[in-house]
Ligand binder design. Structure first.
Ligand code: ZN
Length: 147
């Protein structure tokens, strides 16, 4: 018996008891919704991680930098800061600056030989706060480089 195409209510023509074109569309919509929900879940989970950080890392522009910052903060517990590329600031020897990349660094206070993370600082912040500081890069050599 030859099958006949039906006219479905939606306006499509096809075989069977329901419109396969619309069914497919519906399935795709559902998948999209699931993907969206999963992405939102991932985003929320990522956001929630910031609550556990000892300093605010939300201003870091990429996930990579946030991850790097967390690795540095973690490593500080059992590594001397100079192993992490950290240096004492010239104008305040109690402040240690640890680079994350060329633009961002973590500032810590050296408190009785314990490093207390203070904040993330961007290169821009740094230059705004210490105008002219970088003009004197070749100043006198530091007497005590390692402590
Ligand atoms: Zn249809």
């Amino acid at each position: 018996m030859p099958k006949r195409k039906k006219n479905f209510l939606c306006g499509h023509k096809g075989y069977g008891s329901f419109c396969h074109i619309c069914k497919e569309k519906e399935t795709l919509q559902k998948q999209k919704k699931i993907t969206y929900a999963e992405k939102k879940k991932e985003r929320d989970a990522w956001q929630a991680l910031f609550d556990n950080d000892v300093i605010d890392l939300t201003m870091l522009p990429t996930h990579k930098l946030v991850t790097k910052a967390r690795q540095v903060l973690e490593a500080l517990h059992n590594h001397p800061f100079h192993e992490l590329g950290g240096k004492r600031l010239r104008h305040d020897r109690n402040i240690i600056s640890i680079p994350l990349d060329r633009d961002y660094r973590i500032l810590c206070r050296d408190q009785h030989h314990q490093l207390i993370p203070l904040r993330v600082m961007s290169h821009e912040d740094y230059n705004v706060r210490k105008p002219g500081h970088n003009l004197h890069v070749k100043s006198t050599p530091q007497a005590s480089k390692s402590i």
